[in-house]
Design a protein around this ligand. Structure first.
Ligand SMILES: [Zn+2]
Length: 634
């Protein structure tokens, strides 16, 4: 009994060793010839980490020997650059001090020491949550009055989401040191610290980094993912494929296989590390984010998936990048342009998630040309990226988004068949230091998925620092609106293409009715323009018929004095008559009377000869009639 027990333990020990060995085959650096973009896709589908390359010529990637065999078996011409990367880095290291890089505890000790040396402009490092192995994820904030959330531009810097990219830790620490050391002597730095709020997470993937410290104490550890136990002796989720935006859109550059270097996890934000960063971003008002990676000397921004093309703010991303390239010389572009396709990535979530939080202008830097650059290269790599980081901090002041809230009264809202209305509150707060000019508009997503509107706006407001507003309004829902669930949304941005923040709630239309309860999508009560002299106008387009597939009519601005533009759209060519009536039903003027082709039309209306009041525009086209309420305010 005793004997067999010992034997059992021995067998378990041997099995454990076998598992450890099985998960630690050497990491090879391999160059694979790819003449066409299409040839890269099978490599991305294999879940390999492509680290560098020249488009149309070759890629350099990290793989294990088994994967290398698979690459050759698929007919690629490939060349081994480094047989065993960990051995390569170990041979180079002179000492046991992590190859000249900070360990995790050294990095955290350093930001604690910075706080002790500069208590007036830093917070004590604080944890934003724990990793899957229970370690704290520490952030330090740099600003004047660091304990107070002031109305200042906010920027977030995070490094080492991939555990084998430690140059990011050095850059993050270099940035914190520079800001605190130069405060009070360098006027530019003093201004940034006084007028921005800067948050730095120097080690995102703590467990993965500690694992590399354990396996390779002299540096060169090649572990990339976190330390999630996937079962079967397989560990790790690629945290930079675990964000919710386009998570698992396809298997190109994001893998469903737990053993792969780009394994995306079982679901969006399945990992505590990414969930902690998500919550942290949602609780703050970041205008700017930087994800620091290595390597290949590149700057990239959303989108990562070619199916999305370019963001509506691509010109802004390019302009800011054009300024930064003068310091680091890194080519820039969208992720899919400058590197390769992926999904569930942090840049895309930072910019593209616009409901949980406003959009964040986010970059990813691939620093240097090695995972573990020689210690002699560290100061140069930090220096070339310091000025770009400072410039991003500077930019935070100019790209803060107003936050919106939209709250229904007496939910859940159910609109009867004949139509009805609901009351809601709309509020906004802006904490940027510089005034921002923004459009606000309300639209509704129909049960079919079509977006209809705007039902209100676009209003143009210029919000000074600390601006807030809060208004109650009422929305009519006509009886002929189809039954189903609607999403009612308010947006802040530049109408119609650029969205910064959206707040929404749902309501239900019980069944399609005759319109006795309400006949149109009126939106009324508190005026939205009374609190800002900069409001240029509000349009309330109305649809008297079914919202989808019918002619829409509205005017802009509204209220107006004395000019307004009435617009309408014909889906089919027809005889059209557009007339203006006063509130008693008396004809004021006939603006259009004739045959018109299908298309969009705009007609000017001049109310200078009329008294203030409500006028009705009536559009008769074929057998349909649309009306809009025009408000002349002199
Ligand atoms: Zn990386």
């Amino acid at each position: 009994m005793k004997y067999s027990h010992t034997l059992l333990i021995l067998i378990i020990l041997l099995l454990t060793l076998a598992v450890v060995n099985a998960e630690e085959p050497p990491y090879m650096l391999v160059r694979v010839d790819v003449e066409a973009e299409m040839q890269v896709i099978p490599l991305l589908r294999m879940g390999l980490d492509i680290v560098d390359g020249v488009k149309g010529e070759y890629v350099e990637l990290v793989c294990h020997p088994e994967e290398y065999t698979q690459i050759l078996a698929q007919g690629y011409a490939a060349e081994i650059l480094i047989e065993d990367m960990e051995q390569f880095y170990a041979d180079r290291a002179a000492t046991d001090d992590m190859g000249g890089y900070h360990t995790w505890s050294e990095a955290i000790d350093e930001i604690y020491q910075i706080h002790l040396d500069h208590p007036d402009i830093t917070t004590e490092p604080f944890s934003i949550g724990q990793t899957i192995e229970g370690r704290e994820m520490y952030v330090i904030k740099i600003s004047d009055n660091p304990e107070i959330d002031e109305d200042e531009g906010e920027a977030f810097f995070n490094a080492l989401i991939h555990a084998r990219e430690p140059i990011g830790v050095e850059l993050a620490l270099g940035l914190v040191n520079h800001l605190t050391d130069q405060y009070g002597s360098d006027p530019y730095i003093t201004d940034l610290v006084d007028n921005r709020e800067i948050f730095v997470l120097p080690v995102f993937n703590v467990d993965g980094y500690v694992y590399n410290e354990t396996t390779n104490p002299s540096g060169g550890g090649m572990w990339r993912k976190n330390r999630r136990d996937n079962g079967g002796g397989i560990y790790g989720v690629d945290l930079n494929r675990n964000f919710s935006f386009d998570w698992g859109y396809n298997n190109i550059g994001s893998s469903p296989s737990p053993g792969s270097a780009t394994y995306r996890g079982t679901g969006p934000f399945s990992e505590p590390e990414t969930e902690n960063v998500r919550q942290f971003c949602n609780e703050h008002n970041f205008a700017i984010n930087l994800n620091i990676h290595s390597y290949s000397n590149l700057m990239m921004y959303a989108w990562s998936g070619p199916h999305r093309g370019f963001t509506p703010e691509d010109a802004l991303f390019a302009a800011i990048s054009t300024t930064m390239i003068q310091w680091n010389g890194y080519p820039f572009g969208t992720g899919w342009q400058v590197l390769y396709e992926m999904n569930g990535e942090a840049n895309d979530w930072m910019y593209g998630e616009q409901s949980e939080k406003p959009r964040i202008l986010s970059w990813l830097f691939e620093v240097g040309s090695s995972f573990w650059p020689a210690p002699s290269q560290i100061p140069g790599l930090v220096a070339e990226n310091l000025q770009p980081c400072l410039y991003l901090i500077e930019q935070a002041q100019y790209h803060m988004s107003p936050r919106l809230t939209l709250t229904p009264y007496n939910p859940p809202i159910q609109i009867p068949a004949a139509g009805g209305s609901f009351d809601f509150n709309i509020a906004s707060a802006y904490i940027g230091a510089e005034p921002v000019t923004v459009n606000l508009w309300i639209d509704v997503t129909l049960p079919s998925g079509t977006v209809f509107g705007p039902l209100l706006g676009p209003a143009q407001l210029t919000m000074p620092s600390g601006f807030t507003f809060d208004r109650d309004r009422t929305q009519d829902v006509p009886g002929n609106a189809p039954e189903g669930t609607y999403i009612y949304s308010v947006h802040a941005g530049i109408y119609p293409d650029i969205n910064w923040h959206t707040a929404s709630f749902e309501f239900e239309k019980l069944s399609t009715g005759d319109g006795e309860g309400a006949s149109s999508w009126w939106n009324y009560v508190d005026a939205l323009d009374e609190f800002s002299g900069d409001t240029i106008g509000m349009a309330s387009p109305q649809a008297s018929a079914l919202p989808a597939g019918h002619e829409i009519m509205g005017n802009y601005p509204n209220p107006f004095n004395p000019l307004t533009v009435i617009s309408f759209e014909l889906r089919v060519s027809s005889l059209v008559k557009l007339s203006i009536y006063d509130i008693t039903g008396r004809l004021v003027v006939e603006l259009v009377n004739g045959w018109r082709d299908a298309g969009a039309y705009e007609v000017n209306f001049d109310g200078s000869a009329l008294v203030s009041g409500i006028y009705i525009a009536k559009l008769i086209h074929g057998s349909n009639t649309s009306t809009a309420k025009l408000v002349l305010m002199k």
